[in-house]
Design a protein around this ligand. Sequence first.
Ligand code: ATP
Ligand code: MG
Length: 578
Amino acid sequence: MRYSKYFIPTVKEVPADADIPSHQLMVRAGLMRRLSSGTYDYLPLGLRCLQKVMNIVREEMNRAGALEIVVPIIQPVELWERSGRVIDYGENLFHLKDRHGKEMVLVPTAEEVFTTLASEEIKSYKQMPINLYQIQYKFRDEFRPRFGVLRSREFIMKDAYTFDIDADNLHKSYMNMHQAYCRIFKRCGIEYVIVEAESGEIGGSGSHQFTVPCDSGEDTIVYFEDGSRAWNLEKAPVDPVPKENAKKVGPPEEVYTPQIGTIENVCNFLNCKPQDLVKTLVFTADKEVIVAIVRGDHELNQEKLTQAVGGKHLELAEPAVIEKVTDAKVGFAGPIGIAERVSAVFIDHSVAAMAVCIAGANKTDHHIKNVVPGRDFPLEGKNIKVLDIRYAHPSDTFEGRKLMFKKGIEVGQIFKLWTKYSEKLGAKFVDEKGEEKFCLMGCYGIGINRIVASAIENGHDENGIIWPISIAPFEVIISSIGQEEKIVSETAEKIYQQLIDKGIEVLLDDRDIRSGVKFNDADLIGIPVRVTVGKKSVAEGNVEIKLRREKKSSLVTIDSAADKVCAIVKELKEKLKV
Ligand code: ATP
Ligand code: MG
């Protein structure tokens, strides 16, 4: 490809709305342009990168035995009502109406459609296992699209769905995809950590995320220092804190705290610390009202609470509900006597370990001091559970080992769905004994655009992008410097043709512009290998070869240049082979 005939609109200025390197560089290097909030045009270079990633994903899916299909982006809302996910996805789901007034949604993920297809087509155990996938646009009306294509409203996802006859086979399918994912990320040249995850809104139990460690990531990876285990923050378990020594504590004492509802204000008013308080949070779990109690300095982990309520849809209760169950305005809920008024009470370990605490009084404008867990409110009972429902913290341990924390970008996630969708959408089969059963499902997603952006997050310097060769838009760039001299342009052209003949993806910078601009653009767009054809070295029979990730360059003879470049490209590719 000749640069002069290509479309690479690079820019010097950092875009005002771009906070992180990948977003800045994807715009500056002319890979993409923003159309509207969370939607982007992909220009030729950007599209080449996406296509490279898609090719790797497709090859590995096919290798794993998955079969590519494609299903509609516009889907009837009824399917989503049947699975119960209109509520779970909430405002992230794009709704639209057709001209006949029929309600449709734009697909954020496709469990409903794939399960419906299976319900119609799979009848017998003999048709399984089956693994179907697509590489297709997804739409999510993200509350705050940000970080360029890391959190956009339109993105390309590879989503796969497996159907199996029993738990053993589901596990086999899951591990097969787990392995395929490792191969994909290795081949894309991105560093990743496999973290144990909660299944979140997708449902079912058993899930792993593939996360790229990176400071601009929105996720938190919690891990053992030796790397033997890692979790996402939602899943990360903690050891119960040791029980505090019992103290001699007088009877509970009500204190007047006028309009003082928040932890911070209560601390200032009563001159105490957040860890002396407990927070009592009222939720609705589908149709039930439940309560969660955590220490004042801890944060409730809604994913852990969701698991505790058996996957029911949790929402913080409306003020009217809170006022009804606590007999008080919002801000004064407390643990004493609450178990009789709600369906279930979940108490974090660290609350049960407190010798004494300050809590809301279930009375407007009042708190209670000298509250002893176990004495003044029960820690056992038919609707009471003490368990881990908070986020891990750097001071926590698990199994006695220190927990470490770092930021990351989730690029892929795999789930065992069990029968969550097959039951709701009727995906049944007849087994070997003639019995009717529900298919056991798994689902597996990868964000194509996020892989490209993550590669840039971890592969750039102050001058621009440094691509892994497998997903770089071109493998080699030839910078022809001073090409008004025939000997320069002819040498550049010769090496260009030789490289094309050898199957190398090469961009020839044949523009009539200053050498400085050529070098800057080459660095900005980050092509892994640069060949500089300049007047002086050509006169001496040489050209210069430089790797984007290295500072030094080397001179090679014009005649050996193409072979040398091929060897370098081969070596770079070799490192990403699996
Ligand atoms: P997140 O927690 O970051 O919102 P998710 O867990 O909801 O993502 P999944 O439903 O697991 O995402 O989707 C599979 C993959 O799709 C993710 O691992 C990610 O790579 C990609 N993805 C999800 N949402 C977006 C988005 N808004 N923009 C770009 N890629 C996305
Ligand atoms: Mg996910």
